[in-house]
Design a protein around this ligand. Structure first.
Ligand SMILES: C[S@@+](CC[C@H](N)C(=O)[O-])C[C@H]1O[C@@H](n2cnc3c(N)ncnc32)[C@H](O)[C@@H]1O
Length: 270
């Protein structure tokens, strides 16, 4: 389907923009990948796949835990950064350019499948769910993190989306992956039993201005929204909306502390 190919090509190019790794380091968000690996109890020698791995948030700590790890992502630019981070960490990961909707790995390959804020951005969540289920070996474990629609990043991505071209109808909203009922429905009939928990990661920025710059300079879709808004003379409005959101989370010293809520979905194949 041409429209689907266009959506994938657009995703590949949008995630190549900005400096995602710089944003992640500012946010301290690499800790969430490490927490997820600990939570699932990844053991040495297990086969682990990090789906929509980006710069290796879950893949690298899984490799540190001694697992045999594969990281899959649509964007080669993300994988290039992941490769450099793995080399710095002294771990080996197999990085594969691929699609969460058509994972380039055999049935039952993984003891553990992980995705931190990744699968949510693939367009058809039912297909992603069936791919994740296909990938897991009997007894295999699943761990997924996604921003909740009613959390700070839900609000943030709704602001940004208003400055981006609308997605075709068949595209699931990324934030739906942070809604328990949606995820449960997507995995219905896959043979996985699921559990859910809401968690909060506190993200600190030095100031409201620093928070706006962190995302509008570095986070692919937001850099695109900024560029499109600027072309239409709407960048001051976008900047003001983001600043207003961040100002609501500023303390007396002007530091912004975002209580970034995400849904942690864990699962097991029977
Ligand atoms: C917000 S980043 C998350 C990256 C990483 N998991 C993390 O926690 O930092 C979203 C990632 O999803 C990837 N992505 C988007 N659509 C995808 C798809 N259909 N298949 C595989 N990766 C995809 C993007 O290239 C990007 O690296």
């Amino acid at each position: 389907m041409q429209q689907l190919d266009d959506v994938k090509a657009a995703a590949r190019s949008v995630w190549a923009r900005g400096d995602y790794d710089a944003m992640m380091r500012t946010e301290g968000l690499y800790a969430v990948g490490a927490q997820l690996v600990r939570h699932l109890g990844v053991d040495p020698g297990e086969q682990v796949v990090d789906v929509a791995c980006g710069t290796g948030n879950a893949a690298i700590p899984a490799a540190r835990a001694g697992a045999q790890v594969t990281g899959v992502d649509l964007a080669p630019e993300m994988l290039a950064v992941a490769r450099a981070r793995a080399a710095d960490a002294g771990v080996t990961v197999e990085w594969i350019e691929g699609d969460a909707e058509d994972l380039p790995l055999p049935d039952g390959h993984a003891n553990v499948a992980l995705s931190t804020f990744g699968c949510m951005f693939a367009p058809r969540h039912d297909i992603v769910a069936s791919e994740l289920a296909r990938l897991l070996a009997p007894g295999g474990r699943l761990g997924l993190c996604a921003w909740t629609p009613d959390g700070v990043f839900g609000e943030f991505f709704r602001i940004v989306a208003a400055y981006l071209p609308p997605d075709p109808e068949f595209v699931d909203p990324p934030l739906a992956w942070g809604d328990e009922a949606h995820v449960r429905d997507r995995f219905a009939g896959t043979g996985l039993t699921l559990d859910f928990e809401r968690r909060v990661w506190r993200i600190t920025h030095d100031s409201v201005e620093a928070a706006v710059a962190c995302y509008t300079d570095n986070l692919g879709p937001v850099t695109q929204a900024r560029e499109l808004a600027a072309a239409e003379g709407r960048w001051p409005t976008l900047r003001a909306e983001l600043a207003e959101l961040f100002a609501r989370h500023a303390d007396d010293d002007g530091h912004v502390v975002l209580p970034a809520e995400y849904l942690l979905a864990t699962g097991r194949r029977g």
